[in-house]
Write a protein that binds this ligand. Structure first.
Ligand SMILES: [Zn+2]
Length: 228
C-alpha cells in the first residue's frame, strides 16, 4: 500500500533530538472555520505551528513536514510519564471545524484516509497501541481535539490504537486507573475524566465517574500497554 500524498511543505519545523525514536502518534482536529484556512496557518511562518500531515474531508492527504523532522503540533503535553511530545511523535491534523466553529461528524472518506495513513506510519515506527492518542489525551486541561465524534473504535478495529472488547468491573480508584493508562495526574479529576471519556466513552462526556465510565476505565487500564 502506498498513499498518494500532496506535498505542501511547512517551514514550522526543526530537527528531532539525536537518537529520537518515534514512538507516539497524536491525532488532532484543525478547529478552524475551513480546511483551507487551517492549512494556510499550519504553513505560515508567523503562526509557528505545524503538523506532519493534514487529512481533508474528502480524504486528500497533505504532507507538511517529513517524519524525520519535528513538527509543532502538541505543545505542552504529557503521556505515560513523558512530556513535550513533539520530539518523539508524529502529528496528524484532521480537518474539522471543531467545538468552537461547529463540530461535526468526520466523513467516512476522511476516516478511511486517516486509517490508511496511520497504518503506514505504524509500519514505519515502533509505536505501541497505547501511544496512539488524541491531543486531548496529552493536553487534557486545554484541548478537546479530535473529540467525541472521532471514530477511535473504528480505528482500533483496523489495528490502530487501543479499544477494549469488554468492560471491566466498575471498581477501583479512577485517578490511579487514569495514571496507568497514561494521563498526567496533577489536574482536577473531572478534567482527566472528561479527556478519558472523549476518547474511550464518547457517549457521555461530562467528567463524572459513573459506573459505566469506571467500567470502561478498568477495561482500558487492563489492556496490554506494550502491544504493538
Ligand atoms: Zn490539536
Amino acid at each position: 500500500m502506498s498513499l498518494r500524498l500532496v506535498e505542501a511543505p511547512s517551514p514550522n519545523t526543526e530537527p528531532r533530538p539525536d537518537g529520537t525514536v518515534i514512538d507516539t502518534l497524536i491525532l488532532h482536529y484543525t478547529g478552524m472555520h475551513s480546511g483551507a484556512a487551517a492549512i494556510a496557518r499550519l504553513r505560515d511562518p508567523a503562526a509557528i505551528v505545524s503538523a506532519h500531515y493534514v487529512v481533508e474531508e474528502d480524504g486528500t492527504i497533505l504532507r507538511l513536514v517529513p517524519e524525520a523532522l519535528k513538527a509543532r503540533h502538541a505543545g505542552v503535553s504529557h503521556w505515560r510519564g513523558r512530556s513535550a511530545l513533539n520530539a518523539n511523535s508524529i502529528g496528524i491534523e484532521v480537518v474539522n471545524p471543531g467545538h468552537e466553529w461547529g463540530y461535526r461528524h468526520f466523513p467516512a472518506m476522511q476516516m478511511a484516509a486517516v486509517a490508511d495513513l496511520c497504518l503506514e506510519i505504524l509500519a514505519r515506527h515502533p509505536i505501541p497501541a497505547c501511544n496512539v492518542v488524541g491531543h486531548s489525551d496529552v493536553s487534557p486541561d486545554r484541548k478537546q481535539d479530535p473529540g467525541e465524534f472521532f471514530d477511535w473504535e473504528g480505528l482500533a478495529a483496523n489495528g490502530i490504537g487501543l479499544w477494549p472488547t469488554e468492560d471491566g468491573p466498575a471498581e477501583g480508584e479512577s485517578r490511579e486507573l487514569l495514571a496507568r493508562i497514561g494521563y498526567r495526574t496533577d489536574l482536577p479529576l473531572a478534567v482527566l475524566l472528561t479527556a478519558f471519556q472523549r476518547h474511550w466513552r464518547p457517549e457521555r462526556v461530562d467528567g463524572v465517574a459513573d459506573a459505566e465510565t469506571l467500567a470502561r476505565l478498568q477495561a482500558v487500564a487492563r489492556l496490554d500497554p506494550t502491544r504493538p
